[in-house]
Design a binder for this molecule. Structure first.
Ligand SMILES: NC(=O)c1ccc[n+]([C@@H]2O[C@H](COP(=O)([O-])OP(=O)(O)OC[C@H]3O[C@@H](n4cnc5c(N)ncnc54)[C@H](OP(=O)(O)O)[C@@H]3O)[C@@H](O)[C@H]2O)c1
Length: 280
């Protein structure tokens, strides 16, 4: 029986991935924070799949919890590094702690958990799927902390993939565009973004308004991401990177087909227009 461990299973992609992998025959170790009082978030899956679903506590930044999991599960075929969140706001408006926290969760926690399971994955010749983002390839204003954490994850994962290739372990960066999950609700805004004296007050206000407008629309359900993960989990050979979502493909095509200076010129014009002008 093939075993997968998924992080951040309380909502969004993670919850969907757990259900998708269980339906595909995997034994799934579904991890989340406060699992003791929130295990019922996966009660439907527990009822359907019984002991093929194992729910465990994991705050990705907690070293002792990461180690305890690796000790408990010495066999693993697939690690899905999904847990993550976003810190929004101009770099100057974030506290040092907020910027560091973004990296602790999206980068360091993910990397250290992966290291804990590499001995098991080398034995099983398993796979690591890193949930990155199209924003791990292209940066967006007012989300530099998030983009940087995903760029860092991309750089490390590329090295990791080369290092692990002779050991038969494959690493794939999954790069979604925008999908409707709990991510917007879990977003943390920079400490000074609410301050009207911030030099970025206009950009912050426009960004918040744009996001509210976007959230009032139905959004794209996370099914495509779940299906992609299940497909990658099944495949013998997986790619280094996998885009998912029309917007991710569009943004990637835009940046790959045009010269760099044209891309920066056009994005600068667009972001100035969208964010820098005070509302009429
Ligand atoms: N939705 C999108 O449009 C999108 C696009 C590109 C990439 N992504 C990436 O996809 C991944 C999943 O996000 P989502 O969209 O599914 O958002 P979500 O619904 O907010 O899910 C995020 C999950 O990560 C967990 N998490 C946060 N901090 C954690 C920590 N310290 N330890 C363990 N778990 C933690 C959350 O758990 P709690 O309930 O405990 O907070 C939650 O289960 C993230 O890495 C995100 O960056 C999302």
């Amino acid at each position: 029986m093939k075993t997968a461990l998924v992080t951040g299973c309380s909502s969004g992609f993670g919850k969907g991935i757990v259900a998708g992998l269980l339906a595909d025959g995997w034994t799934v170790i579904a991890t989340m924070r406060a699992a003791g009082r929130r295990a019922d978030l996966l009660s439907a899956e527990a009822e359907t799949y019984g002991d093929r679903l194992l729910i465990r506590e994991l705050d990705i930044v907690d070293a002792s919890q990461r180690k305890a999991l690796a000790v408990e599960f010495s066999h693993l075929d697939l690690l899905v590094n999904n847990a993550g969140f976003g810190v929004m706001g101009a770099i100057e408006d974030l506290s040092e702690e907020q910027l560091r926290r973004q990296f602790e969760v999206n980068f360091f926690g993910t990397v250290f958990l992966t290291r804990e399971f590499l001995p098991a994955l080398r034995v099983s010749k398993g796979k690591v799927l890193m949930i990155s983002s199209i924003l791990g390839r292209q940066s967006f204003p007012m989300s530099g902390a998030y983009c940087a954490s995903k760029f860092a994850l991309e750089g490390l994962s590329e090295s990791l993939a080369y290092e692990l290739s002779p050991h038969g372990v494959q690493v794939c960066l999954v790069e979604p565009g925008g999908f409707r999950t709990s991510m917007a609700d879990n977003t943390v805004w920079g400490e000074k973004t609410a301050d009207p004296a911030s030099p970025y007050a206009v950009q912050n206000a426009n960004m918040k308004r744009m996001r509210e407008k976007m959230m009032s629309r139905p959004g794209v359900a996370p099914g495509a991401v779940v299906r992609l993960i299940v497909k990658l989990a099944r495949k013998n050979k997986i790619p280094r990177r996998a885009l998912v979502g029309k917007d991710a493909f569009g943004m990637n095509a835009f940046a790959s087909l045009l010269p760099d200076r044209v891309v920066s010129f056009l994005y600068t014009r667009l972001y100035d227009k969208l964010l820098a002008k005070a509302p009429a």
